[in-house]
Ligand binder design. Structure first.
Ligand SMILES: Nc1ncnc2c1ncn2[C@@H]1O[C@H](COP(=O)(O)OP(=O)(O)OP(=O)(O)O)[C@@H](O)[C@H]1O
Ligand SMILES: [Mg+2]
Length: 425
């Protein structure tokens, strides 16, 4: 934009002053073009998929060309105050000492490098910075003929320095100006890159946390099946088999029994063992993990549950269900478990005559409200009664799925249990 305006100025100038104006315009044009080229090189990174080393290789080549230098490098300040070259500097051989140089900066040092990095100060004399040249040569870059450098900054932060080496005609203040601008804009890219990396790490951590939550949720949705399964198999494989073995042994002893009295006693023992076995088998039926009752039709399952409540407790049910058929199984399980708990509570505690269940898809999830016209209760007193976990479990299930659960009740005013769970876990 600047270039266009300046060219216009040169064109409309009168002939007498024309030549001088044109020279001025050209001089002005050059740094503006240079600045534009440098900015374009930096900003092109922001929408490319380029890796950082490639970006620095390209940017180093660009600034070397813009400042008529043979070589260019970015030097990064490490956490221990050491300057190390950023990979892929321009114009250096693969075996150049540049790759291994470690320039240690003093914290309050007032040497040339410290002044450069921390204050962006550099003394330019006869097309170079003699103090800087001396430092490069001392560090191993013995063939440096001229050099200048500018601070590489990101806001208040000092990222390092950007340096160019070996100018054809000596470096100028204009070259230094371009370099300073590159130092500041490269700082922006650095910050951008760092926040991109940070974002990437956060996304990975978030995904891990989500996976853990999904796992936990599936366990909760299946009702602690794992613990029940272990208990049931121990009962079946150990206790019941030992008992069957004991009964067979008893049978043999009975066959060998000498007296009628012994036979009567052994029959009594056999009868007792049978009773033990029966009771253990009943226990086994109770603790065996019920296959998670996930009917293909959640609405049907809710209606069935309400119907059995009507038959058992004489409570009149009403249902208004408008939920999609294809809910994820874990969400179906939570919805069904929470409704079941609310209904069980009504049967056990409410002395209600009517129950209303409303289920609908809202806000990307399922909202369910269960209302009864029963006795009601003081919620604050009942949610954390030791050994009574129904209400707490309802709330935890909903929250773990990323939803919420509210219980509203007052003595004499019935109860409303309401929860919402998102459709995607
Ligand atoms: N719909 C309701 N009407 C009246 N009282 C209720 C209702 N729901 C819950 N309550 C009261 O809140 C208490 C806590 O309920 P919660 O479901 O947490 O435990 P619980 O039903 O007693 O035992 P469980 O742990 O088997 O669920 C109940 O004991 C009851 O006093
Ligand atoms: Mg309960």
């Amino acid at each position: 934009m600047g270039t266009v305006a300046l060219s216009g100025t040169a064109k409309v100038s009168l002939d007498g002053e024309g030549a001088r104006s044109k020279r001025t315009a050209q001089r002005m044009e050059k740094p503006e073009d240079t600045a534009f080229a440098a900015l374009a090189a930096v900003s092109s990174y922001l929408d490319s998929d380029e890796e950082l080393p490639d970006f620095f290789a390209r940017l180093s080549a660009t600034i070397a060309a813009l400042s008529h230098a043979k070589r260019a490098a970015f030097w990064r300040l490490g956490p221990r105050g050491t300057l190390v070259v950023q990979p892929s500097p321009h114009g250096f051989a693969a075996d150049s000492p540049v790759h291994t140089i470690r320039l240690q900066l003093g914290a309050n040092g007032d040497g040339a490098v410290e002044r450069l990095v921390f204050a962006d100060e550099l003394d330019l004399a006869k097309g170079s910075s003699p103090a800087l040249d001396a430092i490069w040569r001392k560090s191993g870059l013995v063939d440096v003929r001229s050099s200048i450098a500018a601070a590489w900054t990101a806001g208040e932060r000092r990222v390092g320095a950007v340096a160019v080496y070996d100018s054809e005609h000596g470096f100028t203040q204009r070259d230094l100006w371009v370099l300073r601008m590159v130092g500041v804009t490269a700082g922006l890219v650095w910050q951008y890159k760092e926040s991109e990396d940070e974002l990437g790490h956060t996304a990975v951590r978030l995904e891990e946390a989500m996976a853990a939550r999904r796992h936990l949720l599936n366990n909760i949705a299946s009702g602690g099946d794992e613990a029940r399964r272990r208990f049931a198999s121990a009962l079946h494989d150990d206790s019941l088999q030992l008992l069957t073995g004991a009964e067979l042994q008893l049978e043999r002893i009975r066959g060998d029994a000498a007296t009628g009295r012994q036979i009567v006693q052994l029959d009594q023992l056999k009868h007792t063992l049978r009773k033990v076995e029966d009771s253990l088998r009943r226990l086994l039926t109770n603790v065996s993990p019920e296959p998670l009752q996930l009917p293909s039709d959640l609405r049907g399952a809710i209606s069935e549950r309400l119907e059995s409540m009507r038959i058992r407790a004489g409570i009149e049910p009403h249902i208004d269900s408008r939920i999609p058929d294809d809910l994820p199984p874990a969400i179906q399980a939570i919805v069904l478990k929470n409704i079941s708990e609310a209904l069980t509570n009504i049967e056990k505690h409410a002395h209600a005559t009517r129950v209303m269940v409303v289920a609908e898809a809202v806000d990307g999830g399922i909202r369910v409200a269960v209302n009864d016209d029963g006795t009601g209760f003081v919620v604050a007193e009942s949610v954390r009664v030791p050994g009574h976990i129904g209400l707490v479990a309802m709330r935890e299930r909903a929250q773990l799925a990323g939803g919420w659960c509210r219980i509203e009740s007052e003595p004499g005013a019935g109860t409303k249990v309401e929860f919402w769970v998102p459709l995607s876990l």
